[in-house]
Design a protein around this ligand. Sequence first.
Ligand code: CTP
Length: 130
Amino acid sequence: MKTVITFGTFDVFHVGHINILQRAASLGDTLIVGVSTDKLNFEKKGRNPIYTEYDRMKIINSLRYVNLCFPEESLEKKAEYIKQYNADVLVMGDDWEGKFDYLKEFCDVVYLERTPSISTTEIIEVISSN
Ligand code: CTP
């Protein structure tokens, strides 16, 4: 049995999120998703996500190929989460290429190509400019 873990904010859920979660799930038997908390996002980006962490987690939890999701409280805790959930593979989008290679001592690290031309930031910009 192979466990895959991935992380993200997944705010204003879109098809790029679906694509990476589906591909991540296909790499193993169990998919676990760390959803970054509102506090963590505020620290990173200086603003809260549009959807609360509860709603973001509810959306991720409702996907049939996601087995479990949990709040990611700190970017520095990835090694801890990998060990806690016995993950065999860490999946990240290729916007993070190379950034998590230091975790290869705990599990395989795979970067998947992002879906082109869509992001939460872009969706928010388009909506707010109309
Ligand atoms: N992702 C993807 N393709 C996209 C957008 C996101 O594969 N077009 C992946 C990211 O690489 C990440 C996961 O989805 O592994 C969650 O990304 P997140 O940062 O929450 O989404 P973005 O749309 O990139 O959000 P933002 O614009 O706020 O950075």
